[in-house]
Design a protein around this ligand. Sequence first.
Ligand code: AR6
Length: 171
Amino acid sequence: MVRITLVQGDITAQEVDAVVNAANSSLLGGGGVDGAIHRRGGPEILAACQDLRRSHYGKGLPTGRAVATTAGRLPAEHVIHTVGPVWSREEDRSELLASCYRESLRVADELGARTVAFPAISTGIYGWPMDDGARIAVETVRGARTDVEEVRFVLYDEHAYEVFAEAIGSS
Ligand code: AR6
């Protein structure tokens, strides 16, 4: 089983094999985690994303999928970009959010990554409630078949950290 660890901090500071980016389907950057990763990782990441757009994802990376690039100047080997769903009251998009975690771990396995840092995908600009986002993250990682040894959830603030700690304790 994967070992789950929690830290409060900045995803761009994590010394791991792969960090996961809460991207959008354009793969060309944005705010939040995405903005921070491109800023701190430097232009190599954007250049790799532009190549992926040209070679494979002319229409964009679909929601729930994941793809890897270099980590540029980040203290990690790879960035795995995944596209979370926008929160909706009308439609249950939980399966798409679970898919982000599963697909990111599948890509991590392809890369041979053993330590992977995840942000709380979709819980910022995409509006997903933190408690539900944490439950889906923890359940999906626990249920995943993967060779990844450590999944580190990196939470930006104390509230998110506590919600994840609760989700780990109660599921
Ligand atoms: N390290 C760790 N967590 C962070 C950091 C950081 N540096 N910055 C924010 N968070 P978000 P989303 C937390 O908005 O909701 C972008 O524009 C944040 O508090 O980064 O999936 C993309 O291009 C929240 O809990 O991702 C997309 O358009 C969590 O990380 C869109 O935002 C995710 O917040 C994706 O939105």
